[in-house]
Design a protein around this ligand. Structure first.
Ligand code: ATP
Ligand code: MG
Length: 422
């Protein structure tokens, strides 16, 4: 036999025993998005590389080292497998005039690609649910998106997620803070690690977002962005907090929360869990009022977030949240040529009446067919042999615990009603 070909490291297959969870969260997403007036948008998974360089930021981890970029071998275009959804969503909105004199509330779902070291909760192909609102500049939409996530945890049956909140102010406030921060960090040139040195002048805020214990004390004493926020930024942030307080949503203010993407301003937030080790952030987002203009559109305020679906699924598993049942109603057992045909037609009829039916295929004894019926998890086995065909009946057998073995002969014309009564 020839060697088998393996999938790519960090890119996972979702197997049938797990896909039920995916379908479940996707169906919850759909109802939830609708409940808040969000409509779906679908973008391609490949975009021009320049979109992310401009949109995510040249000096971010994503653009510096995590993107899957390549040249189109036919025309030499520089392309990238999208590492996140916001830049493509903004591109699509500008391209199709969706932001012209109107507001938008949008959601999307799909795979994202980042060349990271694969580990639990961190993959090279992963999936995000993204939410973006365009054209709203008040704190109400920021607060509503945070509330949406609190509501999503409730809808999914998750508990214990923690909310962290910060404000990054506006561009001028960040620039003033940046000058002070660089001056402060320059005093520590000799203790900065390689990442820190590299980012000192390109992305000094990220120097503070260090996991290196040797640098944490330095980070503690750094000038705080909160002290550089002007009146309007403060008022906006206070507005967000007032609404969260009114809704009884608890949060922790964290002035180290800076997010890994350049485009954020004002409100930023993360929902984290202590149940997934280092991959603690399940959802993250904030305001990005400058991005639309930066990508060539007319200035347009925006706020959004993304949920890491794999992490959400891991958390559902960690909290042993039960899934809605998705087992078949009927497993149809049959033997003999006439019975096979009758079963084929009966299965169609039952499905048309709204039941989920597995029609046995592949022959075999009644005994082996019953084994499969049991394994399928179906509520009932419906059995047809040549005798039943002749009599216009079926044998109805209960397969669920407690009712097992109960068997009755039912007229085909009454089967639907009998099954509905069960
Ligand atoms: P992290 O700090 O964990 O690397 P991030 O700040 O890079 O996350 P975002 O770009 O904000 O993440 O993406 C939003 C969410 O997408 C994250 O909070 C996380 O749940 C999920 N996510 C990001 N990268 C990955 C990945 N490589 N594998 C799985 N999920 C991911
Ligand atoms: Mg990351």
């Amino acid at each position: 036999m020839a060697n088998t070909i393996q999938g790519i490291r960090g890119m996972n297959d979702v197997l049938p025993q797990d896909s039920q969870r995916w379908l479940h969260v996707e169906s919850v997403f759909r109802d939830w998005g609708r409940a808040y007036g969000y409509k779906q948008i679908r973008m391609p998974v490949i975009e021009p590389t320049g979109l992310f360089v401009r949109g995510v930021g040249e000096h971010t981890d994503i653009v510096e080292k995590e993107m899957y970029s390549f040249e189109d071998s036919l025309n030499g275009e520089k392309l990238t497998l999208r590492p996140e959804g916001t830049a493509g969503c903004v591109r699509a909105c500008i391209e199709h005039g969706l932001l012209y004199n109107q507001t938008q509330r949008l959601w999307y779902i799909g795979p994202m690609f980042r060349h990271e070291r694969p580990q639990k909760g961190r993959y090279r192909q992963f999936h995000q649910l993204g939410i973006e609102a365009f054209g709203f500049d008040g704190p109400d939409v920021d607060a509503e998106q945070i509330l949406m996530l609190a509501d999503l945890w409730r809808r999914l049956g998750l508990t214990g997620l923690q909310l962290e909140l910060n404000s990054l102010g506006n561009a001028e406030e960040r620039a003033a803070h940046r000058v002070a921060l660089i001056a402060y960090l320059e005093q520590f040139q000799d203790i900065l690690d390689a990442d820190g040195k590299r980012r000192l002048y390109t992305n000094p805020l990220r120097v503070l977002d260090t996991k290196n214990p040797a640098l944490q004390q330095m980070a503690e004493g750094a000038p705080r962005l909160a002290d550089y926020l002007g009146e309007e930024s403060r008022r906006h942030f206070a507005g967000v907090q007032a609404l969260l307080d009114a809704a009884g949503i608890a949060y922790r203010l964290n002035d180290r929360l800076v997010r890994g993407l350049d485009y954020y301003n004002r409100t930023v937030f993360e929902w984290t869990t202590d149940q997934l080790g280092a991959q603690a952030t399940v959802a993250a987002g904030g305001r990005y009022d400058g991005l639309v203009e930066q990508l060539g559109g007319k200035p347009c305020p925006a706020v959004g977030f993304a949920i890491g679906i794999e992490r959400l699924l891991l958390l559902l598993e960690a909290q042993a949240v039960a899934l809605p049942e998705a087992l078949p109603d009927v497993y149809l057992v049959h033997q003999g040529e006439a019975a096979a045909k009758a079963a084929f037609l009966l299965a169609r009829e039952l499905r048309e009446s709204g039941l989920d039916v597995i029609l046995h295929a592949g022959g075999g004894s009644f005994k082996s067919q019953f084994k499969k019926a049991d394994a399928s998890g179906a509520r009932h086995a419906v059995v047809i042999g040549d005798e039943e065909v002749a009599a216009g009946t079926v044998n109805l057998k209960s397969l669920r615990d407690g009712e097992q073995g109960q068997q009755q002969s039912v007229n085909v014309s009454e089967l639907r009603a009998v099954l509905a009564g069960n």
